[in-house]
Write a protein that binds this ligand. Structure first.
Ligand SMILES: *Cc1c(COP(=O)(O)O)cnc(C)c1O
Length: 475
């Protein structure tokens, strides 16, 4: 054993082991805890020194499966409510396996017309689902962070061009700082994008009219009047603490009035557009210059999956390509080379799970999933509101419910510590995963419901586990 060439006839057998483990594992997701901390001991089995002679294909895959199916965080099950984490639909999960099976170099048309065509179709279907004009350019990215990087890089290129500069070629030296304006809902990933782009992590000027972060449009407008030259506005469609939205239409109006670029981070909130009942939340997004969202959140595609859409497709090419390298496609290549439209070079055929889930469940299936999760969030909100020991901290907008445990008689100065403790105990318990955030100075739970497997019973269990844990402390 050692050289994979000697194990080539094990390739299908190794995949077969994975497939055989899949059935029992997926069947167990409904009942098992999100995380069984006792299984963490198995992680030691991954460790050790680099084997001099390999342990072989089947032995290694067997060990990985043994450890993984026990010690992984079972976040694709129905009760991982922490952060904003989706699951994996059956079609998306299988589509992801196909991606690995075919192992495409998915950046260039030349290396995989199949991957490029699937990406083009997936992007077209996504624009359709989100009500974005088909004229928008698009690219698949590993995440919304990369999608924000893509959109804001295009914004920076546009802004440089307004100043007569090709920032892609020449950088930012000699230019004034790029004015970036946002409300208090700005997500850290946009700050990360700004730092990566050399604009500075803290360069965004924040206009908030309250401690929740709701955007102060009047103050933002005064700043737009004041700044010299064009600016970039970042809007958030879906904020992580409560699921609230910036008024995208109003931001689009401001952008139009002042000739600014509007970038909308819709990592999960853009999926409101998939439902006629909820699409009012993102009204105006079709007027943005760049729009981003995640596949690994509400589309329920496995990690990693994100997408960026840019109104002027040509700008994407000017921002990220061409390389001017003799061995790579030239600028006038008639085919779409997606690695010229985004920050990646080599990349997997990221479109396949997206294509598979959109084809499998269509517009209706995705709409129903979004509406079901919205209904579950409303249900949780109602349970919280009618409970004497729970307090809803913000209206339920979409799929996040921001609340805290607050039984009568506990003094306010002890409520934060109590909720922080409940959050830690919830994670240690593992049956339902929900951690805490700080919202308007209050320590709060903020479960996010966006896994296709989640049902009412899972929501009810969350409430009862919170109470059970709290009773241990307050007793
Ligand atoms: C999750 C999230 C992001 C970042 O997405 P990643 O996929 O984790 O990179 C950006 N913005 C918002 C609003 C998010 O919820």
């Amino acid at each position: 054993m050692s050289d994979p060439l000697h194990e080539r006839d094990q390739a299908a057998a190794a995949l077969d082991m994975v497939a055989k483990a899949a059935g029992p594992y997926l069947d167990s997701l409904g009942d098992r805890p999100v995380h069984d901390h006792r299984a963490d001991i198995l992680l030691d089995l991954l460790d050790g020194s680099l084997p001099e002679h390999g342990e072989g294909t089947l032995d290694s895959v067997e060990l990985l499966l043994r450890v993984g199916t026990e010690a992984a965080t079972h976040s694709s099950g129905p009760r991982f409510f922490h952060f904003i984490v989706g699951g994996s639909t059956p079609a998306a999960q299988a589509g992801d396996w196909v991606t690995s099976l075919l192992d495409q170099a998915g950046g260039l048309w030349l290396t995989s017309p199949f991957a490029a065509r699937a990406e083009t179709v997936a992007l077209r279907w996504l624009k359709d689902l989100f009500g974005l004009p088909q004229s928008y350019g698009g690219v698949l990215t590993p995440s919304a962070t990369f999608a924000n990087l893509t959109g804001l890089a295009c914004a920076r290129q546009w802004w440089g061009e307004c100043h007569g500069r090709d920032v892609a070629a020449d950088g930012l030296a000699g230019l004034p700082p790029m004015p970036v304006l946002a409300g208090g809902y700005l997500h850290p990933s946009s700050r990360k994008a700004l730092l990566t782009l050399g604009c500075g992590r803290d360069s965004a000027r924040i206009f908030a009219r309250d401690d929740a972060g709701r955007v102060d449009l009047a103050a933002m407008e005064r700043e737009l009047e004041r700044v010299d030259g064009p600016a970039v506005i970042v809007g958030n469609a879906g904020e992580v603490n409560t699921g609230d939205f910036d008024p995208i239409g109003d931001l689009a109006d401001l952008a139009e009035r002042y000739g600014a670029w509007l970038h909308v981070d819709g990592a999960f909130g853009l999926f409101a557009a998939a439902s006629p009942r909820l699409s009012h939340l993102v009204e105006g997004v079709e007027r943005a210059h760049s729009v981003t969202a995640d596949g690994h959140k509400w589309l329920n595609v496995p990690y990693e999956s994100g997408f960026a859409f840019v109104r002027e497709q040509g700008l994407m090419g000017r921002t990220f390509g061409p390389w001017g390298a003799a061995y790579l496609p030239a600028e006038d290549d008639p085919h779409l080379n997606y690695n010229c439209l985004g920050p990646e070079s080599s990349r997997r055929a990221r479109a396949l799970p997206i294509w598979a889930t959109l084809r499998a469940y269509g517009r209706q299936g995705n709409r129903e999933m979004v509406e079901r999760h919205h209904a579950l969030a409303l249900r949780l909100g109602e349970i919280v509101e009618s409970a004497p020991d729970l307090e809803l901290l913000a209206p339920v907008r979409l799929c996040v419910v921001c609340f805290r445990y607050r039984p009568p008689g506990v003094p306010e100065e002890e409520v934060n510590a109590l909720n922080a403790w409940i959050g830690e105990e919830l994670l240690a318990d593992g049956r339902v995963y929900a951690g805490t955030t700080t919202y308007r100075g209050m320590t709060a739970l903020r479960p996010a419901i966006l896994n296709w497997r989640t049902t009412e019973a899972d929501i009810d269990l969350l409430v009862s586990v919170v109470r059970e844990i709290a009773a241990r402390r307050t007793r």
